[in-house]
Design a protein around this ligand. Structure first.
Ligand code: AMP
Length: 280
């Protein structure tokens, strides 16, 4: 496995390998790798001749400087795990590499997609995500890029970004990987105290029960039920819960004919903000 920092170097490698007929799979991450990330890496390894994983904690997607500063970083462990899995290249750019001083940031228009849910509570977050994903795609020029459904809104916005910019990359969506009690794996889970960690599983338990309640309750009733169930749990406070059309993230009000209905939640467990989602 080779660890690479300059973007022109990873770009040269990718172009060369593609010219030789190899497909390139790419998994962007912010590191502190867990089984959720590794499921994406495994899939990329299975489906491509060459797999590139990036590790970069992207400052432009953090609306809160303290969150950025506290974000877990463990580059040595991450490299070791990826090496053992058989990853070909790890791209670990320095900040100046991805954001050269003096270079202007782009502004994207995602319409409704980045105004709701995460976008509503984390101003500028998705513009920052789009910023870095575009730069990483330019550097790695992958055939396929792998993203988790854990960040469902992000996945939708990246599909839209690729559509708007007509980038020749296939976006592959991967299922949410969970701990044994159902908590969606996240680098942020490391910040939970032992006691908080026990209560955090209420998020997924509530989402699962909400899906069952679909039989007896209306959409607004389920939305209401989820928030109050979360807020009744010690340490927990729901920031939002919404059930949206998976295609356009429009909030739904009736169990109707929308093909993909996704219930998306953000909740605080103590100071730690967690997100999850489930299909209805
Ligand atoms: P991050 O390092 O948090 O930016 O995540 C990198 C990628 O891993 C994103 O595409 C995430 O959606 C995905 N990911 C993170 N946690 C999980 C999980 N529990 N299950 C599946 N994918 C995940």
């Amino acid at each position: 496995m080779e660890v690479i920092s300059p973007k022109n170097q990873i770009n040269q490698i990718s172009r060369q390998r593609k010219a030789e007929g190899s497909s390139v799979g790419f998994v962007p991450t912010m590191g502190a790798l867990h089984e959720g990330h590794l499921s994406l890496v495994r899939r990329a390894l299975n489906e491509n001749a060459i797999t590139v994983v990036s590790i970069f904690v992207n400052p432009t997607q953090f609306d809160n400087p303290e969150d950025l500063q506290k974000y877990p970083r463990m580059p040595d462990e991450d490299r070791q795990v990826l090496e053992n899995m058989g990853v070909d290249y790890v791209f670990m750019p320095r900040q100046q590499e991805m954001y050269p001083p003096g270079e202007e940031l782009e502004t994207y228009d995602f319409g409704h997609l980045d105004k709701v849910m995460e976008g509503r509570y984390r101003k500028g977050h998705f513009n920052g995500v789009a910023q870095i994903v575009r730069r990483l795609f330019r550097a790695t020029e992958p055939d396929r890029a792998y993203f988790g459904r854990k960040d469902f809104q992000q996945l939708t916005i990246i599909r839209e970004l690729v559509r708007q910019l007509e980038m020749p990359v296939k976006i592959v969506a991967c299922p949410i990987v969970r701990e044994s009690d159902g908590l969606a794996m996240s680098s942020r889970n490391l910040r939970l105290s032992v006691e908080q960690r026990k209560h955090a599983s209420v998020i997924y338990q509530t989402l699962k029960q909400a899906v069952e309640k679909k039989q007896e309750l209306s959409v607004p009733e389920v939305k209401q039920w989820v928030s109050s169930r979360i807020n009744n749990e010690p340490w927990m406070e729901a920031e939002y819960f919404d059930i949206v059309d998976g295609n356009n993230l429009q909030s739904i009000t009736r169990w109707g004919d929308v093909a993909e209905k996704v219930g998306c939640i953000a909740a605080y467990c103590g100071e730690t903000r967690l997100i999850d989602n489930i299909c209805f």
